[in-house]
Design a protein around this ligand. Structure first.
Ligand code: PMP
Ligand code: GLN
Length: 386
């Protein structure tokens, strides 16, 4: 194995999902829903399979999906992208992130990201021979995660090539506020660097959040320097389909396509038109989806609090993080490895998403993208810890 990949073992999601299978525990580790997405989307996929959409689709993605992606961004965020040249379909957001970094970074270039960060980011940066510059998100007295603006300023330097920003943020559930985004945008313009935004949870911002979701590309001077990434997996409960997309100015998107064509070439021909159907669903779908996730969040938070965790209420995403100190826990990794035996529930230690593991030592992440009866069972088991 090449040196640049040696620091990366098996992903924590694979380890914890295997642990759940082995022990029969309720799996609140890996973030995947246990229900299927909208029936209209599933029917469209079945129809596409039956009607001959089974060969390589066009390199940038099928036109009907690229159009739907562009219309969706105009409808929800007022962002304008030309479906021909400014939108490319990818094998999930994961490929979009990897291809964007590989397309923009020379070896030695620096990528600023907020830690804890989604685990593929570090690997994609390493594959490009680039260097990550994490800025730490820490829970404040108000229960919200925040970064130190001076730490962010200090992260920018002559080798900074891009900022990789995930909001709503996995694993913290943080939704970056308008002033926070304005600072990120100011620094990107000042240092003339690109932004790559991972917005896979764009439709999962809860009604009691302090912020609404604001794509970085909507800020002044940012559209022209931002690659905006999203995917169908989270919004339409189809994480196994791996249909994502990246939008941005034509020169940047064509650079991504240059790389992408040699990573996967294309993917998911019969699923692409089905995702187009889903993107066009009326607003009711999106608000109903958010409301059910918010109820699931509250159910889980109640159980975690009763069990003795200190919960950091998420403003968005599929996830809640909690501090284990109240339960006598000192190390989240140890805690998560023993949790299935202690109470039959699997969670994910947040420390694995930090370079500064100490900052996340006592934090663990639970997924609530599960049916209420599954969460109720998990909560019953967790209460046994108290
Ligand atoms: N980014 C974040 C923040 C995620 O949480 C996930 C998956 N859970 C991804 C990217 C990957 O998305 P996809 O499955 O579309 O590749
Ligand atoms: N994004 C999902 C999570 O954070 C997992 C995806 C994966 O297993 N790679 O749980």
């Amino acid at each position: 194995l090449v040196a640049r990949m040696r620091p990366f073992g098996t992903t924590v999601f694979a380890e914890m999902s295997a642990l759940a299978v082995r022990t029969g525990a309720v799996n609140l580790g890996q973030g995947f829903p246990d229900t299927d997405g909208p029936p209209e989307m599933l029917a469209a996929a079945a129809e596409a399979l039956r009607s001959g959409h089974n060969q390589y689709p066009p390199g940038p993605g099928v036109p009907v999906l690229r159009r739907a992606v562009a219309e969706h961004q105009l409808r929800f965020h007022g962002l304008t992208y030309d479906p021909d040249g400014e939108v490319v379909v990818t094998a999930g957001a994961t490929e979009a992130v990897a291809a964007s970094i590989l397309a923009l970074c020379e070896p030695g270039d620096e990528v600023i990201c907020f830690e804890p960060y989604y685990d593929s980011y570090a690997a994609s940066v390493a594959l490009a021979g680039a260097v990550r510059r994490p800025v730490t998100l820490r829970p404040g007295d108000d229960g919200r995660y925040a970064f130190d603006p001076d730490e962010l300023r200090a992260a920018f330097g002559p080798r900074t090539r891009l900022v990789l920003l995930n909001s709503p943020h996995n694993p913290t559930g943080k939704v970056f506020t308008a002033p926070e985004l304005a600072l990120v945008a100011d620094l990107c313009r000042e240092h003339d660097v690109y932004a790559v935004t991972d917005e896979v949870y764009e439709h999962l911002v809860f009604t009691d959040a302090a912020a609404t979701h604001l794509p970085l590309a909507t800020l002044p001077g940012m559209w022209e320097r931002t690659l905006r990434i999203s995917s169908a997996g989270k919004t339409f409960s189809c994480t196994g389909w791996k249909v994502g997309w990246v939008s941005g100015p034509a020169p940047l998107v064509s650079a991504v396509l240059r790389v992408k064509q040699f990573l996967t070439y294309v993917n998911a021909a019969p699923l692409q038109p089905a995702v187009a159907v889903a993107l066009a669903l009326p607003d009711d779908y999106y608000t109903g989806f958010r409301d059910s996730l918010q109820r699931q969040r509250d159910l889980l938070i109640g159980g975690l609090t009763d069990a003795g965790f200190t919960v950091l209420t998420p403003e968005g995403t599929y996830f809640v993080t909690a501090d284990i100190t109240g339960l006598g826990g000192r190390d989240g990794l140890e805690f998560c490895r023993s949790l299935p035996e202690r109470c039959g529930v699997v969670a994910v230690p947040t420390q694995v998403f930090y370079d500064d593991a100490e900052a996340g030592r006592r934090l663990v992440r639970f997924a609530f993208c599960k049916r209420p009866e599954v969460l109720t069972e998990a909560v019953t088991r967790l209460r046994g810890l108290a």
